[in-house]
Design a protein around this ligand. Sequence first.
Ligand code: SF4
Length: 383
Amino acid sequence: MVLLPHSAYIHVPFCRHRCGYCDFSLVAGRDDLVERYFQALGRELSRVTQRLLLDTLYFGGGTPSHLGPNGIRQLFAILANTLVPNEGAEVSLEANPSDVTIDFVAAACDCGVNRVSLGGQSLDPATLASLDRDHSPDDVRRAVDRLLSRACTVSVDLMIAAPGQSLAAVERDLEAVKSLGVQHVSVYCLTWEKGTGFDSLRQKGMLHRAEESLECDMFEATINRLEAAGFEHYEVSNFAQAGFRCRHNEAYWDCRPWEAFGPGAARFDGRTRITNHRSTTGWMTRVLAGEDFTGDCDAMTQEQAARERVVVGLRRRDGIDRKAFEQVSGFSFDAIAGGAVRGWVAGGLAQDNGQRVQLTRKGLLVSDALWAAILNQETEPGN
Ligand code: SF4
C-alpha cells in the first residue's frame, strides 16, 4: 500500500555567495535564474496528481530568504494548488539573518510560515569571519527579535569546531544564543567536504581542522549549557524548549514518507529514496524540456530500511522501543542491532532496559563512529 506523504520539502537553490565550507546544491550570485527556477518548480509539482494535505512543509536550501518578500509570495502562489498545509501544520523556512527585514517577516508570516530556521552559525564576529559568513551578530539579534515579535518560532543554527575557534569562544556563543530567547537550537560540527574551498585550503596547510578531543569538549559544553538553559537535547544535533521539537525532521527520523521538489531534493516513499538531479541548471533544463530529472534512486531492501531506522532512531535521545520497532520494520531489533548494542552497553555508550535502547551522552558524543556496525551488516538467514 502506498502511503500519501504528509510532509514536503522544497529546495530553494539560491545564495548571495557560497560559504567556503558549503557543498550544498545551489548557485551563488545567479538571481537571473530565479524566474526559470519558479517555472521548473511549477512543472515539477505537476508530477503530483492529487493535492497533498501536509502536517509539515519545509523550505531549505540554499537560502530561501534570498528570494525576498516578493519572491516568497511568488513561491507560495506556485505551490498553492498542490501542497496544502493543514490547520496547525508546521511551515518552516531557512533564512539568512541579513535577509530578515520587516517586509520579509511580514511576507513570510502572511504566507503561513510559522517557524524560521536562522543560519546564525555564531554570534562572534571572528568566528563568522572564519566561516566566511556574510552577516553580523547584530543581524542575528535583529532577525530573532523581528520574528519573535510576530509569534514565529525561531531556531538558530550554531557551528562548532570552526577554524581557529577555541572552547571559550564556543562557550561565549552558547551564552549569547541562550540570551536570544529562541525556542530551538541546532548545533553542527564543521565538516570538511571534498571539493569545497575550505578543503582545498586545508590541503595547502592554510586552514586546520580542530582536534577530535577539542570537538568533543565543544559538543559536551554545548549539551551542558543548553540543557542547563531548559533546552531538551532530543537528537544528536538538536535542542528544543518543551513543545518545540522540529516536527518536519521528526517525520524524517520516523521514516515516514515525504515529498521533495527542486534540485538535489530527495523524496522517500517508505522504501525508495529518489534524489533529483543535483545541479540547479541541469535540473531546470531537464524539467523544462520534459526529460528525466532524477539523479539517484536508492531502493532499499526491507532489511536495509530497518537498519536505517535503527540509526535514525538511536540518534534521538528517546532511543528505540523494541516492540514499536518490530511493528513498523517487520524485524526484531536484536536481529538487526543486538550484537552491536551489547558492545556499546558494555562500553558505556548505550543503555538497555530490555524494552528501550538509548545512547548515553558518551555514546552521543561519538555516535557517527557507531553506525557502520549497523549499516554494513546483514542478518543471518533465519533470524
Ligand atoms: S548560506 Fe548556507 S546554503 Fe548558502 S552557501 Fe552558505 S552555508 Fe551554503
